[in-house]
Design a protein around this ligand. Sequence first.
Ligand SMILES: [Zn+2]
Length: 500
Amino acid sequence: MTTLESTLDRVVDVAGRYDPVIGLETHVELGTVSKMFCGCPTTFGAEPNTQTCPVCLGLPGSLPVPNEVAIESTIRIGLALHCDIASWCRFARKNYFYPDMPKNFQISQYDEPLCTNGYLDVTVEGRTVRVEIERVHLEEDTGKSLHVGGATGRIHGADHSLVDYNRAGIPLVEIVTKPVAGTGALAPVVGRAYVTELRELLRSLGVSDVRMEQGSLRCDVNVSLSPAGSGVLGTRSETKNVNSLRSVERAIRFEMGRQADVLDRGGRVVQETRHFHEDNGRTTPGRSKEEATDYRYFPEPDLVPVAPDPAWVDRLRTTLPELPAERRARLAGELGATAFEMESMANAGVVELVAATAAAGAPAAEARNWWLGYLTQKANAAELEPADLAISPEQVARVVALVEDGTLSVGLARQAVDGVLETGADVDTVVAERGLRRVSDVDALAAAVDEAIAAQPDVAEKIRGGKVAAAGALVGAVMKATRGQADAKTVRELILQKLS
Ligand SMILES: [Zn+2]
């Protein structure tokens, strides 16, 4: 079993001998009200097969009508990624048979994508990497197969399969990068940073809810290795449907190690699709990769070409919202954060959370410490994004205020946060119900101090004899007896007073 730690070392080792080249294909389900070519609703989680019609079921004689909002969203994504927008392009049929695709072809775009030649800059360890965008095109999503009876939910070992066409026909944008080379051992982190930045960009445009765990943002990760300095492109593998930011990094790391093993033995990397396994961080072979010619693409005869009016495109360009990179530059000033701190926050996905916590009244440095520290730990432990934790920036600001006014120690504040995360109640309720207030009242603490002294007479004797440092043991005992609620400074003063 390859552990995470050993693969981190391994990446540095591999990058010393091979140049890793990565490429990312990201699928984004647009948040339109209706589907791409029909009027069916797109709500996530509805009863299977309740959001279908003759068009998205591919029944004979039905005709598609394009969704204008989907085309507009795709153009806005292209503009935000600095792409050229085609003045004329066509949809194409991508022919293949699959049970979750009722027409037996998918309406996509082939050699005439809507947007081409853009870029997205990401910053990793203080270095800006320009990820070039090959194309952004629009297509329709497939349905979903559900394999029942097998151990893993995969078709292998299942005793029957069900298909849900609710997702069939939901507008899907595919964003394809050019090969990203020259990042060495940083390649896995660059891949993750790119998807993180792209997700922020899509969120700021409001075109998708970009929920990776619900599949509205999905990534295929291409990795190849070429012998260092050779300039010869290696054969790539394509790992499909990598469904979290962390998995993007892990999949690239694993593939770098696996391919280096093959090449070191004098073997040949096979061009194939692979599956990523969340549980062990490994990839396993899927099918060998089809070539574009296998799909017999041809222009979709049921749809007229798309020719966006240049005036419309200009209007969309001038009405783009503030994009994440600009927003971060502005927030860096407002939050008094260094470039390094902004990068840490961006890569942890907490920029907006820190900004909102500061806006709710917390000092920016405290807001940053909480989100980058304890709350990121809690999110990682729960395998959630920090934004999905059940605590709002306003509640975090309230915790900070209670620490500042002395009501809570940092330890008690963490207990209060735990309580909010567990119960969904607000901070003040948790503090009251769990009795978390710091006790600094001398009378209330005196009894606990007396008990601690009585329980450890030898320690008390040392302190009486002048060994003041020994007081720590008694302070610890009082803290334990009061479940961390005692004010340590007051306890220490009390002990020294009583034993002087
Ligand atoms: Zn429909």
